[in-house]
Design a protein around this ligand. Structure first.
Ligand code: MTE
Ligand code: MOS
Length: 782
C-alpha cells in the first residue's frame, strides 16, 4: 500500500497530453475553430521591392475586386502603426518607405480566402527605387546597424594573441534558417461587446500580442483577450512576429465589425516573417603547442534585417555563447547588429547561442588541424575546469560543469577512438567516398538575458468532484510543456494526472506572462504551478487537520488519498468536505528565478541560472565527386538534470539535434540580387525529414543527481540546447573533406554544408595544395 503511487507524477515518461489528438487530426488549431457567423478572411498586400520610397499606392482595384468587404492601410489604424516587441520600428503597414521585399503595405478582408488573396495582388504601387543593402558584410561596410555595436573584452586578448606560439585567422559564414513550423502564422479576431476583442493567435507570447493589438486599436489592454490553445510549432518564429497578423486581423475586425481570420499560406509566411540570423564571423586566435587558446578575437556580424525585433538579445546571446564549453582567458568579442533590406530576423531555437558556438567550434577545429591533433584532444585542453579556469568571459562562475563526465561517457559508449582509427584506414583505401567523424560538446545558459522576463504565473482550480483545471502563462507548441506542468501538480497533490484538465494560454486568466522561450517554460511555469498546488494542499491539510483533529503537518497526501492520523479519505471526499466548510479551492502561484542579474554595460554578472550540457558524435560519408553525403551514425549523451518526463525530453533531444543538423547542412535560404527571397516553399527550401534521421541514432539522457540549482524537481531545460548537438555533423563533414588533404589543412566550409558547398570546399582545398579537385580528376579520367 505504502509504495502505491498516483498515475503520472514527475519523472514518469507519459506521452504528450495531446498526442492522441495530434495523430488523429482532432487537435484544434486556430484554423479548426468553428467559424462564427459572418467570418471574413484576410490577406496582406506586400511590397515587391526590397528598398524603395512609395510614390503612390492605388487600391481602387483591390476595393472593387469580387468579395472584398474592407481594405485598410496605415492611415486606417486608429492607434499605433507599430508592433515592434522592444523598440517601435516595425510598422504594421509601411507608410512611405519600403524596407524589405515582402513588407506589408495594406490588408484586405473578403468573403473567402481566395477572394482576399486575389484582391491583395491588385494594388498599383509606384516605387522610387533605392539601393538595397542585402548582406551582413554590406551592412558592416556601410555601417548600417539596427542597434549599437557591442564590445566585450576580458583580459588582454591582443597581447596574448601576439605572444602566442601559434596564430590563425579565419572567416566563416553560417546561413539563417526558416522556423518552418507546420502551422503557419494565423490569427482569428472576434469583436465582442462594448469594443472589446477576443483574438486567437498562434503565438509563443499571448501577453505581447494583447498589448500590440490594444495599441493598434487604441484601446486599453484590458479590452483585449488573447488565447492560444496550442501552436503547430513555433521554434522561436512565433515569439514576437505573430503580432503583425493579430493586429491586422483585429484592425479588420474593428473596421468591419465582423470576425476576421488571417491565415498565411506557406509562401507568404516565409516571405513576410523573420528567420534565424545568418552570421559572418571573423576570428583571430593565438594558441600554444597543445592547442590551448591564449587569446581570441571575434568579430560577429549578425544580419538582423530591417528592424531590431529581438536582435539585441539574440546577438547578446551569441556573444555570451562564444565560449561554448571553453575557458577563454583573454577574449574580445565585437558584435555588429547589421541592418539590411531583408526580413527582420528573429528568435530561432538557440536564440543566437548556436551562432556564437559555431564560431568557437571552428576555431578549435582549425587549431587542431594546424597542429595535426585530434580536434577532440584540443577541445579537452580548452574545457572549463571545475574548480579553476571556471569563470566565464562575463564573470559568471560555473558551478555545475559536467562536460568532462559527459564527454568521457560518450567517447566510451560511441567507441570514438577506435572508430576514428578505422575510418582513417578506410579513407586510405577509398579514393572517392571519404568518411568523417566529430565529437562536439554543448553548454547552454538557461534564463532570459532580459532579467525581468524570468517570472511566471499559474492559476489552479479544484472542482468539488476533485478534478482540476490548470492554467499558466506558458504556451504549448509541441514541446510537451503542458504535460510536464500537469505532472508537477499531480506530484504535489499526489493525485492522478488525468484528473487535471490542461487549458489554453489565456491573457484573461494569467496576466503579463513572459513568452514561452529561452527553454525556460517548464522551469518557470512548473515552479509557479507547484506554488499554486502547494497553496491548495496547505489549505486542504489545514482543513483536514481541524476536521479530523490532528496537526495539519501530520496530514499525508498519497495515491489519491489523504491520511489524517488513523483516518483516511479519498482526495475527492476531502475536497467535497472542504467545499462545504467554505475553504477556497482556487489558487494562483507565482515564480521568479532567483540569483540572476547582470550588467550589460560591463558585460558581467550572472545572466544564467544554470547551464545545460550535452555532447554528440556524428559519423558521415561524403562522395567527393558530387558532395552528396550521408549521416551514418549519431551518438548523443545529453543532460536534462532529473527529467520531469523522459519521453518528452527524448523527443526534444532527438528533434533538436535533427533541426540543428538541418540548419547546418541542408536548409539554404537564398535571396536574389534584388533582395527577393527565392526559397519560400518546401519545393526550394529543404528541411530534414524522417528519412534524414541517421540509421544508427543512440540517444541517452545523462544520469546525474540533477540540477545543482533548486530548479523544479532538479530538472533542466531541454527545448533549445540539443539543437547545438547538430554542430557535430558539420564538423564530421569537415573531417571527411580534410581527409582529401591528408588532414593537414582546414576546409573552408560554410554552413549550410550543402553538397554544393562541400564541392566548393573540396575544390578550394585542392587549389590551396595546387592539385585538381577530386571531381576534376574524375572528369579528366572520363
Ligand atoms: N519543440 C517543438 N515540438 N516545437 C517547437 O516549436 N520550440 C523550441 C523548443 N522545442 C519548439 C520545441 C523552442 S525555440 C523553445 S524556446 C522551447 O521549445 C520552448 O519551450 P520550453 O521552454 O517549454 O522548453
Ligand atoms: Mo525559443 S528561440 O527561445 O522561442
Amino acid at each position: 500500500m505504502a509504495a502505491e503511487r498516483a498515475r503520472g507524477g514527475v519523472g514518469v515518461p507519459l506521452p504528450h497530453d495531446s498526442g492522441h489528438l495530434h495523430v488523429s487530426g482532432e487537435a484544434t488549431y486556430i484554423d479548426d475553430i468553428p467559424e462564427a457567423r459572418g467570418t471574413l478572411h484576410a490577406a496582406i498586400g506586400i511590397a515587391a521591392r526590397a528598398h524603395a520610397r512609395i510614390v503612390s499606392m492605388d487600391l481602387a482595384k483591390v476595393r472593387a475586386a469580387p468579395g472584398v468587404v474592407a481594405v485598410i492601410a496605415a492611415a486606417d489604424i486608429p492607434g499605433k502603426n507599430d508592433y515592434g516587441p522592444v523598440i517601435a520600428d516595425d510598422p504594421i503597414f509601411a507608410t512611405s518607405l519600403v524596407q524589405y521585399h515582402g513588407q506589408s503595405l495594406f490588408a484586405v478582408a473578403a468573403r473567402t480566402v481566395v477572394e482576399a488573396r486575389k484582391a491583395s495582388r491588385l494594388a498599383v504601387v509606384n516605387y522610387e527605387e533605392l539601393t538595397p543593402l542585402l548582406t551582413a558584410e554590406a551592412a558592416v561596410e556601410a555601417q548600417s546597424f539596427v542597434l549599437p555595436t557591442e564590445h566585450l573584452v576580458r583580459g588582454n586578448p591582443h597581447a596574448a594573441i601576439a605572444a602566442a606560439p601559434h596564430r590563425l585567422r579565419g572567416r566563416l559564414r553560417m546561413g539563417g534558417q526558416d522556423q518552418f513550423y507546420l502551422e503557419g502564422m494565423i490569427a482569428y479576431a472576434l469583436p465582442r461587446e462594448d469594443g472589446t476583442m477576443l483574438v486567437h493567435s498562434s503565438t509563443q507570447h499571448p501577453g505581447e500580442v494583447q498589448h500590440q493589438v490594444a495599441h493598434a486599436l487604441d484601446v486599453p489592454a484590458s479590452d483585449v483577450v488573447v488565447e492560444c490553445r496550442r501552436m503547430g510549432g513555433g521554434f522561436g518564429g512565433k515569439e514576437s512576429q505573430p503580432g503583425l497578423f493579430a493586429c491586422i486581423a483585429a484592425l479588420l475586425a474593428r473596421t468591419t465589425r465582423r470576425p476576421v481570420k488571417l491565415r498565411c499560406d506557406r509562401d507568404d509566411d516565409m516571405i513576410i516573417t523573420g528567420k534565424r540570423h545568418d552570421f559572418v564571423t571573423d576570428y583571430d586566435v593565438g594558441f600554444d603547442d597543445d592547442g590551448r587558446i591564449r587569446g581570441v578575437d571575434f568579430v560577429l556580424a549578425g544580419r538582423c534585417g530591417y528592424s531590431a525585433d529581438l536582435s539585441g538579445s539574440i546577438n547578446d546571446r551569441a556573444m555570451l555563447h562564444s565560449d561554448n564549453c571553453y575557458f577563454l582567458e583573454n577574449v574580445s568579442i565585437v558584435s555588429f547588429r547589421c541592418k539590411t533590406n531583408t526580413v527582420s530576423n528573429t528568435a530561432f531555437r538557440g536564440f543566437g547561442g548556436p551562432q556564437g558556438m559555431v564560431g568557437i567550434e571552428q576555431v578549435i577545429d582549425d587549431i587542431a588541424r594546424h597542429l595535426g591533433r585530434d580536434p577532440l584532444a584540443v577541445r579537452k585542453v580548452n574545457f572549463y575546469g571545475t574548480t579553476e579556469r571556471n569563470v566565464t568571459h562575463y564573470q559568471q562562475t560555473i558551478v555545475d560543469n559536467v562536460i568532462h563526465e559527459i564527454v568521457a561517457e560518450l567517447e566510451k559508449s560511441s567507441d570514438y577512438a577506435k572508430r576514428r582509427r578505422e575510418l582513417r584506414a578506410f579513407n586510405q583505401t577509398s579514393p572517392v567516398v571519404k568518411r568523417g567523424i566529430a565529437l562536439t560538446p554543448v553548454k547552454f545558459g538557461i534564463s532570459f538575458t532580459a532579467t525581468h522576463l524570468n517570472q511566471a504565473g499559474c492559476l489552479l482550480h479544484v472542482y468539488t468532484d476533485g478534478t482540476m483545471l490548470l492554467n499558466h502563462g506558458g504556451t504549448e507548441m509541441g514541446q510537451g510543456l503542458f504535460i510536464k506542468v500537469a505532472q508537477v501538480v499531480a506530484e504535489e497533490l499526489a493525485v492522478d494526472v488525468d484528473r487535471i484538465r490542461i487549458t489554453a494560454s489565456d491573457t484573461s486568466k494569467v496576466p503579463n506572462a513572459s513568452p514561452t522561450a529561452a527553454s525556460s517554460g517548464s522551469d518557470m511555469n512548473g515552479k509557479a504551478a507547484q506554488a499554486a498546488a502547494q497553496e491548495i494542499r496547505r489549505r486542504l491539510a489545514d482543513f483536514a487537520g481541524s476536521h479530523f483533529g490532528v496537526a495539519p503537518k501530520s496530514v499525508v497526501f498519497r495515491a489519491n488519498r489523504v491520511h489524517a492520523g488513523e483516518r483516511s479519505v479519498s482526495f475527492n471526499e476531502l475536497v467535497k468536505l472542504a467545499y462545504f466548510a467554505r475553504v477556497p479551492l482556487s489558487a494562483t502561484g507565482f515564480y521568479r528565478t532567483p540569483k540572476i542579474g547582470y550588467d550589460r554595460k560591463t558585460w558581467s554578472g550572472m545572466p544564467f541560472y544554470y547551464f545545460c550540457y550535452g555532447a554528440a558524435v556524428s559519423e558521415v560519408a561524403v562522395d567527393t565527386l558530387t558532395g552528396e553525403n550521408r549521416v551514418l551514425r549519431v551518438d548523443i549523451v545529453h543532460d536534462v538534470g532529473k527529467s520531469l518526463n523522459p519521453a518528452v525530453d527524448m523527443g526534444q533531444i532527438e528533434g533538436g539535434f535533427i533541426q540543428g543538423m538541418g540548419w547546418l547542412t541542408m536548409e539554404e535560404l537564398w535571396w536574389n540580387d534584388e533582395g527577393k527571397l527565392m526559397t519560400h516553399a518546401p519545393s526550394t527550401y529543404k528541411i530534414p525529414v524522417a528519412s534524414d534521421v541517421p540509421p544508427v541514432f543512440n540517444v541517452r539522457i545523462f544520469e546525474s543527481d540533477g540540477n545543482a540549482e533548486d530548479s523544479i524537481h532538479r530538472s533542466k531545460a531541454v527545448g533549445e540546447p540539443p539543437l547545438m548537438l547538430g554542430i557535430s555533423v558539420l564538423h564530421a563533414l569537415r573531417d571527411a573533406i580534410a581527409a582529401t588533404a591528408g588532414y593537414a589543412l582546414s576546409p573552408q566550409l560554410d554552413a549550410p554544408a550543402t553538397p554544393e558547398a562541400i564541392l566548393r570546399a573540396l575544390e578550394e582545398l585542392a587549389a590551396r595544395r595546387g592539385e585538381p579537385a577530386p571531381a576534376k580528376v574524375a572528369e579528366s579520367i572520363g
